[in-house]
Write a protein that binds this ligand. Structure first.
Ligand code: DSN
Length: 484
């Protein structure tokens, strides 16, 4: 675990005391918090987007900063008395700039979708609103005539975005209809090469030339390989698009300098968004990095898109980013990828088919339909029953659709934080393979084939659960915290 304090008992005392205070008001909540850490200690957590924040990061979130309204940004607030929030927000942004080598950082977004909305609207403000204001000879939207305002609103709705398709590993917030981004933009997707499963930059280039998007979004939540951001920027420049990268999943690998050069999005994209709680191992939240040209627009995220910031969470972002600047974070990031590769090798050796044939990052995507004759939903449930927590995920051209899916996504950031290494990854591959080779598709109550139900011998589920919990017991989570 990161950030072991000099006196571990201090951390124990802090969490115990906090729970005691909470228990005095609402014991069910104290119990739920205690149970959550107990559950997390026992789980074999392979959800690619989850991690374990340090005690320092967790403790930073429970304090008086939470009580302060601070709409606006540093030095430009709508409320008085924000000097401490200014410090917190400035320190978080400073660490983010230094860590990622970004010209500008904005630490307010509450989540990944908020960060993406701030980015979209910063680009729309720069490329659609600012020229409209200039044409009308005014500085503020409030000064536009009704006719000019109607025209601008229509222009906002006419913009195009090119994003990675969902079944290739893209994200709902990259312009898909169920999300607000899909209702804002006319979206087209780019996919992967059906033969290799890899991004096809020439197909993407052709699509960009034809579609002429305002924004090209790069980034993924289920693509197990690297993205060449230099080529993405080249394509964006060629068609006059702004390159936005959502690095939520792999921010920790960028911070830990595993992804550098063409694979580091920050020098190549005009704007980069992230969450702070995935491979970056911080508190639950989001962040935006950008070049100088977008800094003013990004800083208007509140009130443009966001409500009042969460100063206690920005404080925790600052603490986590300070941790990520330490040399040991680079070892962690490298170990995440080494573990992911070891897991891939262990699965392949046992006969599993992986989308793209392997991994270069923190995640693997098992094609469980081809490998084991199961849907993602059946595999996810069988694994959960056996003490292995994963999530189902679509694979390219998924025959089982986005709900049942044919894939299982597995990620290594959390278990690497606990200290598990490549030998344990091979053992985990053996456990996963044993469950999935033994599980079978089930039937509905009426005996028809079901994509949801599975059959798994309870003895196998018990045996694997025991082996999974023995495995993680050797790598205690928060060993310094004893809640009694
Ligand atoms: N929910 C996150 C994930 O699991 O990838 C992305 O939003």
């Amino acid at each position: 675990m990161p950030d072991l304090p000099e006196h571990p008992s201090t951390v124990s005392t802090a969490f115990r005391s906090a729970l005691e205070v909470i228990r005095g008001v609402e014991p069910r909540i104290a119990d739920a918090i205690g149970q959550e850490v107990a559950d997390q200690r026992e789980m074999l957590k392979l959800i690619a987007s989850e991690n374990y924040a340090s005690p320092a990061t967790l403790l930073t979130m429970g304090n008086w900063l939470s009580d302060k309204y601070a709409e606006g940004t540093v030095g430009r607030r709508f409320y008085a008395g924000c000097r401490n929030v200014d410090t917190v927000e400035s320190v978080a942004a400073e660490h983010a700039r230094e860590l990622f080598g970004a010209a500008h950082a904005y630490a307010q977004p509450h989540s990944g979708i908020d960060a993406n909305l701030v980015a979209f609207w910063a680009v729309l403000a720069q490329r659609v609103e600012a020229p409209a204001l200039e044409r009308a000879g005014v500085r503020n939207v409030n000064d536009l005539s009704e006719a000019d305002w109607a025209e601008l609103r229509q222009a906002f709705g006419n913009q195009r975005m090119l994003g990675m398709s969902l079944d290739a590993g893209g994200h709902l917030t990259h312009g898909f209809r169920p999300n607000i981004s899909g209702k804002m933009f006319d979206q087209r997707s780019y996919g992967t090469d059906p033969a290799t499963g890899l991004l096809d930059y020439e197909a993407l280039r052709a699509s960009a030339r034809e579609f002429q998007p305002l924004i090209i979004v790069a980034g993924y939540s289920a693509y197990p390989r690297l993205v060449n951001f230099r080529i993405m920027r080249e394509i964006a420049d060629e068609v006059g698009a702004t390159l936005m990268v959502d690095m939520a999943h792999f921010a920790g690998l960028v911070a830990g300098k595993v992804l550098t050069g063409d694979f580091d999005p920050v020098p190549h994209a005009q704007i980069v968004t992230t969450t702070t709680h995935k491979s970056l191992r911080g508190p639950r939240g989001g962040m935006v990095l950008c070049d100088e040209s977008l800094a003013d627009q990004v800083d208007r995220g509140c009130p443009m898109v966001l409500g009042g910031p969460l100063p206690h969470v920005m404080a925790a972002k600052a603490v986590a980013l300070a941790e990520a600047r330490r040399p040991e974070f680079r070892d962690y990031a490298q170990a995440v990828v080494d573990n992911s590769r070891a897991l891939a090798e262990g699965l392949k050796r046992r006969g599993a088919t992986l989308v793209t044939g392997g991994t270069d990052n923190h995640l693997n995507l098992i094609d469980v339909a081809t490998s084991y004759g199961l849907t993602g939903r059946q595999a996810e449930s069988a694994l959960l029953e056996s003490g292995i927590v994963t999530n189902r995920n679509a694979i390219p051209a998924d025959p089982n659709g986005a709900w049942y899916t044919s894939g299982i996504r597995i990620g290594t950031p959390a278990l690497t934080t606990r200290g598990l290494g490549t030998a344990e990854m091979d053992e985990i591959a053996a456990l996963i393979d044993r469950v999935l080779t033994t599980a079978e598709p089930g039937t509905t109550a009426k005996g028809a084939p079901s994509k949801a139900q599975h059959i798994l011998d309870p003895k196998i589920a018990d045996e694997i659960s025991r082996r999974a919990s023995d495995l993680v017991a050797g790598f205690p989570l928060y060993p310094e915290i004893d809640l009694g």
